[in-house]
Write a protein that binds this ligand. Structure first.
Ligand SMILES: *Cc1c(COP(=O)(O)O)cnc(C)c1O
Length: 373
């Protein structure tokens, strides 16, 4: 394929020789797990977010699971959360045999609507699980008014900042970040829980490592635990990625600005772009998701874009409409109209730090051609 028709991927990690060098160092040291790279990677989050503690874990999902356990979620409890999310946020509650109680989202920010969340609280609610969707800060300050434990799904929101200047993940609730290859930083697979208090740090450190207390011998365990450890190899990649973070966020901002400029120069009718930063909140750019006009067939659009060398994907499906959630919890269509409307029309366009202005222009041009065909 020529340069003009090369496939533009929907996401692409940004890695360099520095990551390779740090990984080699770990491999040559022979200390592949439970070694020095783990606290070093954790320290990078402590420094970035201004929290007292952080715990590296094997995935964002693992972090959400341990965060909910630390919040005291167990059998028969209810966790109020957003149905417009990656399925892992709701699944984490199900792991503890709790019920994910969905509340609808704000049509502009696409985050949990605090009023809807408040209305969903019952005497069985043990935690709130807001998701900072697409990197836009959820209204955590409003949720804090409800006086319940909060666990934040910040897996898409590294770099985001709340209106009061607090970095997303820096409010003291267990807040979980994720490092799959499409996230702001990657370790291949991996996650980090930002933590506000020593007891939670101690519990999560233990539960990620088979329930072992810090002073205990290798095979001594005083509580139920998991193997949710992150290897030193992965942490070595993460350490370099955290050093790159300001650059990576800057590049994501540049690409988002290029999309906005291209759509502003020649608007596509009835296309909804990601919301602008408002009221002092700042997005940490993760994906560029647009909502297609209601008259358009989304799957057909994705196929047509693909035929033109542009990758895109439906993003995100409504969790309550997934068959497992319908069958296990009795959710059905019509319960969360904003989520259903938005999720039926949303597609993620190619978006990654090394994306050129030319590639952005080509995506916008092809999308326009497909939509006006
Ligand atoms: C990526 C992501 C997760 C989970 O991350 P993994 O590391 O893949 O387990 C959870 N929630 C949201 C909203 C995400 O985008």
């Amino acid at each position: 394929m020529s340069a003009a028709t090369d496939v533009i991927p929907v996401a692409k990690p940004f890695l360099g020789p520095e990551e390779e060098a740090r990984v080699l160092e770990v491999l040559r040291s022979g200390h592949l797990s439970l070694g020095p790279r783990v606290p070093e990677f954790e320290q990078a989050f402590v420094d970035r977010l201004g929290v007292p503690y952080a715990a590296a874990v094997s995935s964002g999902t693992a972090g959400l699971h341990l965060g909910l356990r630390a919040a005291g979620v167990s059998d028969g409890d209810e966790v109020v959360t957003s149905p417009f999310s990656f399925v892992a946020s709701a699944n984490a509650a199900v792991y503890e045999r709790a019920r994910p109680v969905f509340a609808d989202i704000d049509p502009v920010t696409l985050n949990l609507d605090p009023a809807a969340a408040a209305a969903a609280v019952t005497e069985r609610t043990t935690a709130l699980l807001p998701v900072h969707i697409f990197g836009y800060p959820a209204d955590t300050p409003a949720l804090e008014q409800l006086g319940l434990p909060i666990v934040e799904d910040a897996c898409e929101a590294l770099g985001a900042v709340h209106a009061d200047g607090t970095p997303v993940g820096g409010r003291g609730h267990p807040a979980v970040f994720a490092f799959y290859a499409n996230k702001q930083i990657t370790t291949g697979e991996g996650g980090m829980v930002a933590i506000g208090d020593a007891a939670t740090k101690e519990r999560i450190d233990s539960e990620r490592n088979q329930g072992r207390a810090p002073e205990m011998g290798w095979l001594d365990h005083d509580r139920l635990g998991f193997n949710y450890r992150l290897s030193d190899i992965a942490c070595a990649v993460g350490i370099v990625q955290m050093q790159r973070l300001p650059f990576l966020l800057e590049q994501r901002q540049r690409v988002a600005d290029a999309y906005r400029a291209a759509f502003a120069a020649d608007p596509v009718d009835d296309l909804t772009l990601p919301c602008d930063d408002a009221d002092g909140n700042r997005r940490g750019w993760f994906v560029f998701v647009v909502q297609l006009p209601r008259s358009v067939d989304r799957d057909e659009t994705i196929r047509a874009l693909s035929a033109r060398g542009i990758q895109s994907k439906p993003y995100l499906p409504a969790i309550h409409l997934m068959s497992f959630y319908r069958e296990r919890f009795g959710y059905r269509e019509g319960q969360f109209p904003v989520t259903e409307d938005v999720s039926a029309r949303s597609i993620a366009l190619p978006f990654f730090p090394a994306m050129s202005e030319g590639q952005v222009a080509r995506v916008v041009e092809e999308l326009r051609a497909v939509l006006t065909a």
